[in-house]
Every structure is written in C-alpha cells, then in structure tokens.
Write a protein that binds this ligand. Structure first.
Ligand code: ZN
Length: 225
C-alpha cells in the first residue's frame, strides 16, 4: 500500500544522507498520506544503502503499525512525527536530521538568529530558529518538546540531539533541513571570526516579513500562483 509515498520517503532519506545531513543510521523521515491519514516512515536501525521502499513502515496516528512488508519496526522516534502531524495539520512531511553544525548549536541550546534574509523561507515567525528543550530520545518528552518551537517556525533545533523540519512536501522539508545546516555553518563562521562574546547584526523580524515577489516582473497569465 502507498507505494509512491514510500518511494518518496526512501528517496528523501537516501538524499539526506548523501547531502551529509545524517549518517550512521541517524535521522528519520515521514510523509502523511492526505487521503488515508496514514504515515509512511523510515524503519529503525537500518542502513539507508540497503533500504528499499518495501522497508518503509506504515503506521496510523495511534502509533499502530498498519503495514511492515519486510517486518522492520518503525523508527523509535515515530511518536515525535505523530505529535507533529497532530499539532500541525498544515504539514504532511517531517524530516529529522543530526547534521553537525545544527547539532553544535543544539548542544549549546543557542537559537540561530536571522543572520541572512533567507530565514523568511523557513517559516520563522519570530525571526530565529528556535531550540526545542531536551527530551530523552524515543520518549513522549522528546515528542512534546518540539511542538512549541514548531508553532513559531517550520524548523527547529533539538537540544543535545539534532534538527527537525516540516512542510507540506517532503522535498521542501529536506531543503529546509539543508538550509538550517547551511545557516548554522555560516553563523558558526561569523562567530569564529568575531571572537568570544560577540554577535553579528541580525535582520529584524519585521524586515523578514516584508519580502514579496518583485512586482516589477511581469508574469504570464496564470503564472502568478
Ligand atoms: Zn534523532
């Protein structure tokens, strides 16, 4: 069941690893099927190089496995994905990574400010990438910890753990996760150059909200969607 969605989940998981966003079996990925409300999610403890779409597990919102073609268990962080889908009916994809620069700031419990204007594409309503407080992996506390940050942003760092990104579409969620890592690296670089205790200037949140597609560009009819 849900073969095409399983393929998309697998494709995203493989790509995330290729992009260096998660290694050593870390990270997990899911899509919610809009028609059935079922979730297709990556299995636990499996090398992505060996994974096929048959290994993607289908669960329902009660964390009950509905289908596991190859009898693999879903990721132990499945409850976090379910909590997110419950809290954010507007999203249908969750990407969770352990990328290095993002994790560095997650360990420091340090939100990433708007050092560049691209932050506006990450749904950061308060003008920064928030940090979800620590929750032990695979526990309800972890699942609960990301809910508040994801009310003010489509991306969040997870204290002592990693990062999470959400979107309607899994490709977009992956792009957001990649962008978080890039921003974290740029922020790290600026802090390193500035030296201890100094911060770069930030773009304020009002400025971030002002971005719009340039009205000077004349589009074809129907192209303005
Ligand atoms: Zn994790």
């Amino acid at each position: 069941m849900l073969k095409e969605i399983k393929r998309k989940v697998l494709e995203c998981a493989v790509k995330a690893e290729e992009m260096g966003l998660c290694q050593h079996r870390s990270g997990n990925f899911s899509i919610r099927d809009e028609d059935t409300g079922l979730i297709c999610i990556t299995p636990t403890g499996m090398d992505r190089s060996e994974m096929t779409y048959h290994d993607i597990v289908v669960v329902n919102m009660n964390a009950e496995v509905v289908e596991a073609e190859t009898m693999h268990r879903p990721t132990s962080e499945v409850t976090m994905h379910l909590k997110i889908y419950q809290a954010r009916p507007d999203v249908n994809a969750v990407v969770h990574t352990h990328s290095k620069f993002a994790l560095t700031f997650a360990i420091l419990n340090k939100p990433i400010p708007a050092i560049v204007t691209e932050l506006m594409h990450l749904g950061c309503k308060e003008g920064y990438i928030p940090v979800a407080p620590y929750g032990r992996p695979a526990t309800p506390a972890l699942a609960e910890s990301v809910i508040k940050p994801l009310q003010i942003s489509d991306v969040a760092l997870m204290e002592k753990h990693g990062a999470v990104a959400v979107d309607k579409d899994i490709k977009e969620a992956l792009t957001k996760a990649a962008y978080v890592e890039e921003l974290a690296e740029i922020y790290y670089n600026t802090l390193t150059i500035l030296g201890p205790g100094k911060e770069p200037d930030y773009v304020d949140k009002e400025e971030l909200q002002k971005w719009a597609y340039p009205k000077e560009i004349k589009l074809l009819p129907g192209e303005d969607k």
